[in-house]
Design a protein around this ligand. Structure first.
Ligand code: HEC
Length: 133
C-alpha cells in the first residue's frame, strides 16, 4: 500500500511537472452550480400543481398565495380531499414542514403526490411561501 501510494503521488507530481496546466485542470473540483433562488425552486418543485400569485387559479393543487397562516383546506373553489375539512390544521413552519415531508402522515386522505426529504429545500420553499401574501 505504502509503495503504491508513493508511486501514485510520484506520478501526479511527475504529471504536473510535465504539464502543469493540464494537471491542474484534471484535478480541480467540479464547478458548483449557483444556488437556485427560492422562486425558481418553488416553480420547479411545486409549480406543476400550484401557483402562488393573485392571478393564478388552482391547478391540480390549490393556489398557495397567503397559505402561511391559513386554515388547511380553505382556498375557495378548490375541491380538497375529505380529510382537510376536519384536520384543524393551520399552516405554519411546523405543519408545512411535516406536510411537505410526508403529506399523508399529516392528512391521511391527502392526494398530493409529492414528498421532499431534503430539509434545506423544504425550509427555503416555506420561507418563500411565507412572503407570498
Ligand atoms: C403532483 C402535484 C403536486 C405537487 C408537485 C405539489 N403539490 Fe401541494 N397539493 C397538491 C394537491 C392535489 C393538493 C390538495 C390535496 C388534497 O386535496 O388532498 C395539494 C395541497 C397542498 C397544500 C394544502 C393547501 C391548503 O390550502 O390547505 C399545501 C400547503 C401544499 N400542497 C404545498 C405544496 C408545496 C409547497 C409543494 C412543493 C414543495 C407542493 N405542494 C407540491 C398537489 C401537488
Amino acid at each position: 500500500m505504502r509503495n503504491a501510494a508513493a508511486t501514485a503521488v510520484g506520478i501526479m507530481l511527475g504529471l504536473s511537472g510535465l504539464a502543469p496546466n493540464t494537471a491542474l485542470a484534471q484535478f480541480s473540483p467540479p464547478v458548483v452550480p449557483a444556488a437556485i433562488d427560492p422562486a425558481t425552486l418553488f416553480s420547479r418543485q411545486c409549480g406543476t400543481c400550484h401557483v402562488a400569485d393573485a392571478a393564478g387559479g388552482p391547478r391540480q393543487g390549490p393556489n398557495l398565495r397567503g397559505v402561511f397562516g391559513r386554515k388547511a383546506g380553505t382556498f375557495e373553489g378548490f375541491a380538497y380531499s375529505p380529510g382537510f375539512a376536519a384536520s384543524g390544521i393551520v399552516w405554519d413552519e411546523t405543519t408545512l414542514d411535516a406536510y411537505l415531508t410526508n403529506p399523508q402522515a399529516l392528512i391521511t386522505t391527502s392526494v398530493m403526490a409529492y414528498r421532499q426529504a431534503n430539509a434545506g429545500t423544504r425550509q427555503t420553499i416555506i420561507g418563500w411561501l411565507k412572503e407570498q401574501r
